[in-house]
Design a protein around this ligand. Sequence first.
Ligand code: PMP
Length: 325
Amino acid sequence: MPMEHLLTLNENPLPPLGPVAAEIAHHVATVNRYPEFYPERLKGVIADWLGFPVEGLVVGSGSVGVALQALQATVRPGGGLAYGWRNFDAYPLLARMAAARPIEIPLLPGGHQDLTGLAKASVDTDAVIVCNPHNPTGRFVPAQGLREFLALVPTDTMVVLDEAYIEFVDAGQRPDSADWVREFPNLLVLRTFSKAYGLANMRVGYGMTSPELARRINDFQLPFAVSSLSVVAVEASLREQRELRTRVDFIVRERNRVTRELIRVGWNVLPSQTNFLWFDEPERTHEIREALEQNGVLARYFESEGVRLTIGDTEANDAVLRALS
Ligand code: PMP
């Protein structure tokens, strides 16, 4: 059976918003020219759109690129970097690249990050990462829990709040995390154009922080890091807010439909606030894999832990439900 439905990487199943592909195509003839040395224009565009001071904004090659710059700026050689584990695969790689000592705090039962454990660890680490909503479990920490956590972290430990999936969180629950950087200047809120905006291949991420921390992070900005085609794609995407909301609503509706149906037929699927689902089924990963692969669906398997499944288009989601019902 050919694998028709690639539901492995939490990508957006939809093509770029409205005129974005055409805008990129229009600018392709300029690829012999370098982009800006540092992406100042992109920063201005994002800052204007956010209504966030440009002095506190950092941008880079995906949010992983921004995270790497931030760790290089704040973690001393061999200094601690704490995060929950299991988590986004890139964190241990970033730790290695930044010469940090990874401190992995096990998740709590039910796929929650152990914020108390992370706060304790943060006392002698240079940086700590909280992924919210969490990859791979889809769990979400509401604002109050995050603020209590931030208050416990020493002011000289950087907190990276990775909000790659924030657009998929229920509107009433999305934290005002960008506003917290005034109170917590050690906080870096990370976002990306890779998920809700569907620009994974354009590699644009950004971070919101205090001007002090932004200055330090910007010292590690790689020259020419963001292609001007990516800048065009972001600018065109930001003009399509209405279509963006329609698409996010579609993905959220599909996520809720697939979750409901899988729970109804007996799978232990956690409630998700992202564009993917977590099967909290450590004993059944092989069984799930076989059933999905027979229906042309590829998901992400974590043996003895569970399965992560990206929400796809309707056809892909229907194939999942056929496989697992
Ligand atoms: N953070 C998390 C939690 C992710 O899951 C991902 C992508 N899988 C990223 C960041 C990476 O995003 P980007 O494409 O912006 O580097």
